[in-house]
Write a protein that binds this ligand. Sequence first.
Ligand SMILES: NC(=O)c1ccc[n+]([C@@H]2O[C@H](COP(=O)([O-])OP(=O)(O)OC[C@H]3O[C@@H](n4cnc5c(N)ncnc54)[C@H](O)[C@@H]3O)[C@@H](O)[C@H]2O)c1
Ligand SMILES: Cc1cc2c(cc1C)N(C[C@H](O)[C@H](O)[C@H](O)COP(=O)(O)O)c1[nH]c(=O)[nH]c(=O)c1N2
Length: 162
Amino acid sequence: MIEKQIFRDAMSCLGAAVNIVTTDGPAGRAGFTASAVCSVTDDPPTLLVCLNRSASVWPIFNRNEALCVNTLAAGHEALSNLFGGKTAMTERFSAARWRNGATGCPQLEGAIVSFDCRISQVVSVGTHDILFCELVALERNDESHGLVWFDRGYHQLMRPAC
Ligand SMILES: NC(=O)c1ccc[n+]([C@@H]2O[C@H](COP(=O)([O-])OP(=O)(O)OC[C@H]3O[C@@H](n4cnc5c(N)ncnc54)[C@H](O)[C@@H]3O)[C@@H](O)[C@H]2O)c1
Ligand SMILES: Cc1cc2c(cc1C)N(C[C@H](O)[C@H](O)[C@H](O)COP(=O)(O)O)c1[nH]c(=O)[nH]c(=O)c1N2
């Protein structure tokens, strides 16, 4: 069996977009930073998000049946740290501007793209739940530069034309 630390060190070699995943609904509002997000199928358009069941936000996502994946732009590093740390939910949300999407989940103003989704299926694997998320609506912002989590740090990605 490969040790956990060896696995994490190897996974740190995979660059990934950084996202703030939000929810709102009967259990209230919550959000956390996630790099474990990817496309599953385009028919129906579906993403997946991996959420640690020990996270404080887990019961809230588990009860609400919707979420929004807000992909962060260059300049969002501090916001990402806030949603990735042990900070109070009011402090996390007061650090940025939000609007409500079609599902009622908070959409981050200035996100590169926001995927507003209904959670269609949940599969538990080890410590995490895989949330399969069917797209309801999306909002794009084609002007901002990108942000990637690679080698345990943030890296800005510039658009070619800028
Ligand atoms: N998938 C995740 O749950 C995940 C992903 C990235 C970061 N994080 C958390 O953010 C913090 C900082 O992470 P880091 O990248 O600086 O260093 P790290 O050594 O904790 O993680 C390195 C890489 O391993 C993977 N990873 C980390 N924790 C994991 C987990 N519990 N389950 C599955 N994969 C995991 C991720 O790809 C991560 O980028 C840590 O607390 C980490 O647990 C969690
Ligand atoms: C860059 C980066 C990327 C991720 C994370 C952190 C950071 C900094 N975290 C951890 C997650 O954001 C963190 O556990 C919670 O925000 C902490 O919440 P509580 O303090 O338990 O509310 C995280 N957690 C998770 O379950 N899935 C993920 O994909 C990621 N990815």
